[in-house]
Design a protein around this ligand. Structure first.
Ligand code: PL3
Ligand code: FE2
Ligand code: FE2
Length: 232
């Protein structure tokens, strides 16, 4: 705690170094919220029974995007959207391919589990070191992200037996991308006083808990988590 207080005292939100790092992190979050919006809309085609709920989730994502755009404006930062689109390309393409093949389980794993857990970890670690304006926005956003994660958990739990094999394959294909993304963002996150170790830890806790809610055993979760460390 004392360490955190010292760290926050040192953060100069107006320094060129902070604003430069923020231009990429802010863009990643804006792009992530936009893609999350698009992915929930795409999912309405695969899950017509959940159409209304998915539209409700997609509207929240649009609001999150607007909130983070305001955070960038508040610091007079222009988000580097080109960088952010490249950052998400791997997960984006895997989602698109799965959606085209009607693989709803893979789509849910990518969006509702992996991306939402990534967002929850990042936002939780960001909140204590954010500027006052961004902290309030991020606190509101992260609460809603838990409900998106929950949507995926509930559906996958209900269909666990027939989804298990596809979940394993989708995890194997997509979890390594998360580590690649974390490594790409680590230096910029550090400038914002967000530790890579804390991001990894929070992500693994969220993701592991999600897998356990769906029905995987501890043994399965260890194995699935280890796949993240192997090259795709
Ligand atoms: C889904 O609702 C949102 C998807 C957003 C994904 C965000 C990933 C963030 C990784 C970057 C770590 C720094 C976060 C800083 C927070 C402003
Ligand atoms: Fe969101
Ligand atoms: Fe979300």
């Amino acid at each position: 705690m004392q360490q955190l207080v010292k760290q926050i005292e040192k953060i100069d939100f107006q320094s060129e170094k902070y604003k430069d790092a923020y231009s990429r992190i802010n863009a990643i979050v804006i792009e992530g919220e936009q893609e999350a919006h698009d992915n929930y809309i795409e999912l309405t085609k695969l899950l017509p029974d959940s159409k209304e709920e998915l539209i409700r989730l997609s509207k929240m994502e649009s609001r999150h995007k607007k909130g983070f755009e305001a955070c960038g404006r508040n610091l007079q930062v222009t988000p580097d959207m080109q960088f952010a689109q490249k950052f998400f390309l791997g997960l984006h393409q895997n989602f698109q391919t799965a959606a085209a093949e009607g693989k709803v389980v893979t789509c849910l794993l990518i969006q509702a589990l992996i991306i939402e857990c990534f967002a929850i970890a990042a936002y939780n670690i960001y909140i204590p070191v954010a500027d006052d304006f961004a902290r309030k926005i991020t606190e509101g956003v992260v609460k809603e992200e838990y409900s998106h994660l929950n949507f995926g958990e509930v559906w996958l739990q209900k269909h666990f037996a027939e989804s298990k094999a596809e979940l394993e394959t989708a995890n194997r294909q997509n979890l390594p991308l998360v580590w690649k993304m974390l490594n790409q963002v680590a230096d910029d996150a550090q400038v914002l006083a967000m530790e890579k170790e804390a991001l990894v830890e929070d992500f693994m806790i969220q993701y592991g808990e999600a897998l356990s809610h769906i029905g995987f055993t501890t043994r399965d979760i260890m194995r699935l988590s280890a796949y993240g460390l192997l090259p795709v």
